[in-house]
Design a protein around this ligand. Structure first.
Ligand SMILES: Cc1cc2nc3c(=O)[nH]c(=O)nc-3n(C[C@H](O)[C@H](O)[C@H](O)COP(=O)(O)OP(=O)(O)OC[C@H]3O[C@@H](n4cnc5c(N)ncnc54)[C@H](O)[C@@H]3O)c2cc1C
Ligand code: SF4
Ligand code: SF4
Length: 950
């Protein structure tokens, strides 16, 4: 993207762009309509489209950007993962993303502390600490998607951390870049000294505020009282009381400042203990009052989490799979507490359970109290709680928004306040609203759906919020935001909650840090009383596959194209905008530009692996949307005719592919790797990247095998369907094992006591994956139906198990075929049936494994690791490597997707002897980017079981 793309920028932005493009490369300065919209979205129900999105890589860049923004008086909003709910991570000016290249971390003092850059996902911080039995304190429910910068800047918290383990309480040090470009590292004496010297006005200003607040008894007591419960409304004024040193005050004011005071470039946390032994109980009470009385008692008990759920909340999930039957039979007023206790040993855990049970004896229960320490059982209980927010999201009408509010009350008022909230929701006809929350912290979330499509509906929301805020503040002196941050959503009510004096104090803090008010303006402090009702996000219906999307962003970290083009959320946001523009007959250049840019950014670079569904609370598979859009493109075009011809002549086509691969391999042998790479690369360039990419890991064509079955007369029989991939693609030229996968698997099955049956006329058979991924649905279904018939016959109507050696194919077969068929891919079959039959000799070696997306979706990751561990002493499962992005044959034509998806692979597997997986095409890309040979796990098991007697 060159400068020409910024031609439409308004004057000051153009000048800023010109200045900053001398420092940053154009590809990290985003100004095109598709990406500014896509990157601009966050999880809130507000929409602002930035003029410029900048992907920053370093502190030096941040200083340059801030300085240029200052010079041109332009507002800047920082962005981590964009999972914020209150409208604090969006901008109509400059959006500065600090995620991808801000992943540094260092575990300190045997895990007692951890230093993190702002782009580290919360879940990875905990992964780094796991070996030390520790974790970071803040535990938002969004921790798998949220990043440290956002967690700290929102002072996010969750079920266990309460008020004592949040970022504010566990902060050990921070590096901050201020709006004027100065830098402070609170852990570095030199930096502290120079900061004192160079930032006199800020330091003195903070000292003055500190002294004023301490001298004002009324204000001091107000601040102390407000922070006895969770509070993220306004700034962390408690910093002025809790710390004497102005720099420590500054660092703690940064917590919860939502990007309005400065940029957090590094944070050091004191970590907390992560106990291994856990037990949970879902305790059902006859009403909210009893549940809240129990919460009071539990405060002094050894419990980590106490989650309150009202009757409507329990009802919202009662029909979901895996929920206990009794949920449907509870009385009309019932309420539940989901309680978790943790301990350092089983003995201590038993003691905790006893203590909690005894303590609650005086409170009448609707069902007997039962703790479970069985992981599968307590996971089911927590699934009730985790399913609540999505349950409302999933039943909402198309076009409506799901809103989650976040208030806190002093504990003694929790029951009364919950009932009052229920009454208010009924008064405003929020009929599907539910209440749940972190009871120990007095923190309630109420979730409801809202249409913002008409002035009457906006009015209803406005009236409801006014009443809720009045009730929370005036009646109970509670917090309007307990953990989600003020954002734009609660900014108009900050003064109501805190009072004039404290509000003025917050304004003075802002002016000390950011006198020009350029950092995230409109967030936390906003003079516009209607700010929470403006810039509402349109959620136009676009396709039933994705219409339930709440734009939470949970799917982003698993998407292989996230650092190349778009994420699933961004694909959906863009499709919604396209539909919105189409609905109003827009034919502007902006519309045209978005539609045309989507072809590559949205369509071509979607791997359609569907891994996004595994992270989505409402189970959206954006890959299905991509395939549906491809189907619409293909329908009634010459491409559909071609798909039909290929489907009908499949045997010939696979023979052609085989021949092609054999010829290329011949060239490889004759020309050598270097020359062929040069020639193939040149040819690809000349073709405008239409010719497939050649790499030395390209498979040879697999010679056609006659497969008549083993005919050994054994009782144990298995039908083996080698996929068309393994029928056409053999090992790569330099692979150490040159046998075909189908030969090796057959050997292994025979060794394990099976007779192997092959489907007749196999060359023309296909499960339909290649057709389905290209949108040729009809041909895909026809091929699957044809194969299904053959397999039913061969397996004696499902009596014999069926193996397909390629996991994506097997996944589709399981999705589409007759339930009588017992369908397996090799990992599961080996794990469940062959390991006990074989004499496996474990080798002293280090190997790597890769779980394919389809295996992940079938829950086979652990089985792959188990099988690998049976064969090798050291098994590496690389971190941060999900979908490999090869996507069938897409890796040949869009190799860049494969490259970015596997960025983290090479350094983690470099010292492994080999890698193992269960999809041939994935293995091509894994070998290329891992720098070691990847093959099917079948090869490894076969090698390690040669001593077995069949
Ligand atoms: C379904 C769902 C459940 C959620 N559950 C919880 C929960 O249980 N508890 C909870 O507290 N929150 C929850 N959230 C809200 C949100 O996920 C958290 O607040 C999270 O910590 C935000 O992190 P992020 O990386 O997405 O930050 P972003 O949304 O990108 O940014 C958050 C704020 O931090 C600022 N910021 C980002 N990076 C920096 C930086 N480097 N320096 C300075 N400022 C910066 C931004 O400007 C913004 O104001 C939930 C959200 C969703 C969608
Ligand atoms: S697709 Fe699912 S996970 Fe992704 S943003 Fe939408 S609702 Fe969230
Ligand atoms: S299918 Fe894969 S590439 Fe496509 S949006 Fe989902 S995770 Fe991303």
């Amino acid at each position: 993207m060159g400068k020409d793309r910024s031609a439409a920028l308004p004057g000051k932005y153009q000048a800023f762009y010109d200045q900053i493009s001398t420092v940053l490369p154009a590809e990290r300065l985003i100004v095109d309509p598709l990406k500014t919209l896509a990157f601009g979205t966050d999880a809130s129900f507000y929409r602002l489209v930035p003029k410029i999105v900048i992907k920053s890589n370093s502190e030096t860049e941040i200083v340059e950007i801030l300085s240029a923004a200052n010079a041109h008086e332009l507002a800047i909003t920082f962005r981590a993962a964009g999972t914020s709910l209150s409208g604090q991570a969006i901008s109509d000016s400059i959006l500065l993303i600090a995620g991808e290249k801000w992943q540094g971390h260092k575990v300190l003092q045997e895990g007692e502390r951890i230093r993190l850059q702002p782009g580290v996902l919360g879940k990875y911080a905990n992964l780094y600490l796991r070996p030390y039995g520790r974790k970071i304190g803040p535990d938002p429910a969004s921790i798998n998607a949220a990043m440290i910068g956002g967690i700290a800047a929102n002072n996010a918290s969750g079920m266990c951390c309460g008020n004592s383990q949040n970022s504010y309480k566990t902060l050990a040090g921070m590096r901050i870049i201020f709006q004027n470009g100065s830098l402070l590292d609170t852990a570095d004496a030199k930096s502290r000294n120079s900061f004192y010297a160079d930032n006199d006005a800020l330091v003195k200003g903070i000292e003055n505020l500190r002294d004023e607040v301490r001298a004002d008894t009324v204000l001091r007591e107000r601040i102390e009282r407000k922070f006895k419960i969770k509070n993220t409304t306004g700034y962390s004024l408690n910093a002025l009381l809790d710390f004497d040193d102005p720099l420590d005050i500054i660092a703690h004011l940064m917590i919860g400042s939502e990007g309005t005071l400065g940029f957090i470039s590094e944070i050091t946390y004191n970590t907390v203990v992560e106990y291994a032994d856990k037990a949970s109980a879902l305790i059902i009470f006859k009403g909210i009052e009893d549940a809240c009385r129990a919460t009071e008692i539990l405060k002094s008990q050894p419990v980590e989490a106490v989650e309150l759920m009202d009757r409507a909340a329990l009802r919202s999930v009662e029909d979901k799979a895996g929920m206990p039957d009794y949920l449907k039979e509870l009385s009309g007023e019932a309420a539940a507490l989901l309680v978790e206790t943790r301990a350092a040993s089983r003995k201590e855990l038993r003691h905790n359970i006893q203590s909690v049970s005894l303590a609650l004896e005086a409170i009448p229960l609707e069902r007997p109290l039962n703790f479970t320490d069985v992981e599968s059982e307590y996971t089911k209980l927590w699934n009730i709680r985790k399913g609540l927010f999505p349950a409302v999201g999933a039943v909402r009408e198309c076009g409506t928004t799901v809103i989650i509010e976040d208030v806190a009350f002093p504990m003694e008022h929790l029951a009364e306040a919950t009932l009052e909230l229920q009454r208010l929701m009924a008064k405003y006809s929020y009929d599907n609203a539910i209440i749940f929350g972190h009871a120990l912290a007095g923190n309630l979330h109420f979730v409801f759906t809202q249409d913002f499509g008409s002035p009457q509906e906006v009015e209803r929301y406005s009236g409801f919020m006014d009443e809720v805020c009045k009730m929370v503040v005036e009646k109970y002196d509670g917090s309007l935001k307990a953990e989600h941050g003020t954002g734009r959503n609660m900014a108009p009510y900050v003064e109501l909650e805190w009072g004039q004096e404290a509000y003025h104090l917050m304004e003075r803090i802002k002016d000390l840090f950011d006198p020009q008010r350029l950092l995230n303006p409109g967030v936390i402090l906003n003079a516009n009383p209607q700010a929470h009702l403006e810039n509402l996000k349109p959620l136009t219906a676009t396709n039933p596959i994705v219409d339930k999307c709440i734009e939470c962003g949970f799917c982003e970290p698993v998407c292989p194209s996230r650092n190349l083009t778009l994420t699933p959320r961004q694909r959906i946001t863009v499709q919604r905008e396209i539909s919105r523009l189409q609905a109003r007959g827009d034919s502007s250049t902006r519309y045209g530009s978005i539609v045309s840019a989507y072809n590559y950014a949205g369509d071509a670079t979607c791997a359609t692996d569907g891994l996004c569904q595994t992270a989505c609370p409402v189970e959206i598979n954006t890959g299905e949307l991509t395939k549906e859009l491809r189907r619409l493109k293909v329908a009634n075009t010459p491409r559909e005719t071609l798909a039909r011809i290929i489907a009908r002549n499949y045997g010939l086509v696979t023979a052609g592919v085989r021949l092609g691969l054999q010829s290329v391999n011949l060239l490889h042998t004759v020309l050598g790797t270097k020359s062929l790479a040069k020639i193939a690369g040149g040819a690809r360039k000349l073709s405008g990247d239409r010719l497939p990419l050649w790499t030395p890991y390209m498979p040879k064509g697999a010679p056609k095998r006659k497969k008549a079955g083993t005919n050994l007369g054994r009782a144990k029989k298995v039908v083996y369907f080698p996929s068309c991939i393994s029928r056409t693609m053999g090992p790569a030229k330099n692979d150490s094992d040159q046998e075909l996968l189908s030969q090796v698997l057959e050997k292994l099955l025979v060794r394990s006591g099976y007779d192997v049956l092959y489907p007749p006329a196999m060359e023309k058979l296909c499960c339909g994956v290649p057709f389905n991924s290209k949108g040729a649905f009809r041909q895909a279904d026809e091929k699957a139906a044809e194969l299904e018939q053959v397999l039913l016959e061969m397996s004696n109507e499902g009596t014999y198990p069926v193996i397909c050696d390629t996991s994506p194919c097997l996944y589709r077969m399981r999705q589409t075929m007759d339930r009588r068929l017992q369908l397996y891919e090799p990992v599961e079959f080996i794990h469940d049936f062959l390991l006990t039959e074989l004499n496996i000799q474990q080798k002293q070696e280090k190997i790597a494994v890769h779980t394919t997306c389809s295996s992940e979706k079938m829950g086979l990751g652990n089985k792959l690791i188990d099988v690998a561990k049976a064969c090798a002493t050291e098994v590496v499962v690389p971190e941060k490597v999900g979908c490999c992005g090869f996507a069938g044959d897409r890796g040949f034509t869009y190799p860049e997707l494969n490259t970015v998806a596997l960025e983290e692979l090479n350094h983690q597997v470099a010292d492994c002897r080999a890698g193992y997986s269960n999809s041939r095409t994935c293995e091509i890309g894994l070998s290329q980017h891992g720098g070691i040979d990847y093959n099917s796990i079948v090869y490894l098991v076969e090698q390690c079981s040669r001593e077995s007697v069949a």
